[in-house]
Design a binder for this molecule. Structure first.
Ligand code: GLN
Length: 485
């Protein structure tokens, strides 16, 4: 088998037994990228030279008997993660030329664990979007159908894993940007609890919602990645100081007696029939594993989208105020005075979706409107969080579709922001509540497009998510296919 098809679990064994070298793996991945990425466009920057140099160091360490959890594993990073000495753009013109002087904490952790950073992946500009079409580098394509979007905003990372252009990738999720593209590309995507993984060095979109998490080919790989990424970081004031469990230890455990909450608000209308029947299949499998499905209610679900599109743009407008042509990246060449410099740099540097969010956010935070919008949204957010707390009193985990339908065509929703926003209808509440969520592949449409199932759990209960999805995966009722590229 070609090495790029391996999972992390499989590669780890081959590295540990010295069957293959890290340099061989990296060469195989670079070859694969050269073969398919002109079609997929998952990467905006492939770090061939530094990856080979890192692999040589890893091989030297292995020769001395030093083997780490991710030794020799090629990993791709969404271009929202700061990388020391490597341009980091958030796929925005305004950050072209920005070279961070430090690595994000997750990048440090990956390097310490022996991983090899293979490249930076494409994304929607500043992570605002659900299709990876708003990138200043152009769209990424879904490996299962090159005329369709891979989802977003972490579409490059999801597509890179789906097309076997890396073994795992890092994404960020503010309202669904890990889970939604994972579902549309047929891979596993995990958004941890807010505070579980350090956000230090993650370019901020909406600080109270953003979380970093992994894209992997299997649930077991997701557990391995989370064990490396999670943990307290003094450099992130919202990082929580709780011990990190050995997530892999939960994988073989059964789910007999578990109650799977089925929120009735998520299953009424709007879901396409193929998605619904794939979800029915997941329920049957879980029942066969000894779990039972219970009807639950999340009564404030209908307000989630509205609350998100007040809170997220409000925080974004504040976070993006720093891009003014002075400190980071791009600056226009011709300007008359300081104000003109700000105005021209921001007008030319930001794309239209980012501008829309900045205007919306500035408006809802402006005096006279703050109470009516931002404050009210914050209150409803508390009710949404309470809905989940109530639900988890009667169930262990919640099951929903990840998306209302499979991947749509490139260009299909670009002129209709409302339609685009609706792509995240099932993922957004998770971020508002701060709870963890995972999307796992659970079926294909008749035309061969992947469908994802989303599981949610209480705060810091990632282990439960991994246990239930591993049980589902191991039941073997769903057979994973590879894209035909
Ligand atoms: N699609 C949502 C948005 O456009 C969520 C994005 C994300 O999670 N980063 O804001």
């Amino acid at each position: 088998m070609e090495l790029h098809f391996l999972t992390i679990g499989e590669l780890r064994e081959k590295i540990a037994t010295r069957e293959i070298a890290a340099t061989t793996v990296v060469r195989s991945i670079l070859k694969r990228i050269a073969e398919v990425d002109t079609q997929v466009h998952a990467y905006i920057n492939v770090l061939s030279e530094s990856a080979m140099a890192e692999a040589e160091l890893i091989d030297a360490a292995i020769a001395k008997g030093i083997i780490k959890p991710l030794s020799g594993v090629p990993i791709a990073l969404k271009d929202i993660c700061c990388t020391k000495g490597i341009e980091t753009t958030c796929c925005s013109r305004i950050l072209r030329g920005f070279i961070p002087p430090y690595d994000a904490t997750v990048v440090e952790k990956l390097r310490e664990a022996g991983a090899i950073i293979i490249g930076k992946t494409n994304m929607d500009e500043f992570a605002m979007g659900s299709s990876t079409e708003t990138s200043c580098f152009g769209a990424t394509r879904n490996p299962y159908d090159l005329t369709r979007i891979p989802g977003g905003s972490s579409g490059g990372s999801a597509a890179a894993v789906a097309a076997d252009e890396c073994l795992a990738a890092i994404g960020s999720d503010t309202g669904g940007s890990i889970r939604q593209p994972a579902a549309l590309c047929g891979v596993v995507g995990l958004k941890p609890t807010y505070g579980r993984v350090s956000r230090f060095g993650l370019i901020a979109f909406a600080s109270s919602l953003d979380q970093i998490g992994p894209f992997t080919k299997t649930v077991a790989d997701s557990a391995l990645m989370l064990s490396v990424l999670a943990g307290y970081d003094a450099k992130d004031s919202t990082s929580v100081n709780l011990p990190v469990p050995d997530y892999s230890a939960f994988l073989g455990r059964d789910i007999r007696g578990w109650r799977i909450g089925i929120p009735r608000e998520y299953f009424i209308g709007g879901i396409d029939t193929e998605t619904q029947s794939a979800l029915d299949g997941v329920m049957r499998t879980l029942q066969a594993c000894g779990a039972s499905c219970v009807d639950i209610s999340l009564p404030h679900t209908e307000y989630c989208l509205a609350v998100y599109y007040i809170v997220a743009p409000a925080e974004a407008s504040s976070n993006l105020a720093r891009y003014d042509g002075i400190k980071y990246g791009m600056r226009v060449e011709k300007f008359s005075d300081l104000k003109d410099l700000y105005k021209k740099t921001r007008s030319q540097g930001f794309g239209s979706e980012v501008k829309r969010r900045i205007m919306l956010g500035t408006y809802v935070l402006s005096s006279g409107y703050y109470d009516a919008y931002y404050k009210k949204a914050s209150r409803v957010r508390t009710l949404i969080k309470q809905d989940f707390a109530d639900a988890f009193r009667v169930c262990d985990v919640i099951l929903t579709p990840t998306t209302p339908s499979a991947a749509f065509k490139i260009g299909e929703k670009t002129n209709d922001p409302m339609q685009m926003y609706l792509s995240d209808i099932f993922t957004i509440s998770t971020n508002l509540a701060g709870i963890p969520g995972i999307s796992v592949p659970c079926g294909y449409t008749a035309s061969g497009l992947p469908i994802g199932a989303q599981f949610l759990a209480g705060h810091f209960e990632e282990a439960k998510l991994l246990q239930v999805t591993a049980a589902y995966e191991q039941a073997g009722t769903f057979i994973k296919r590879r894209p035909k590229i």
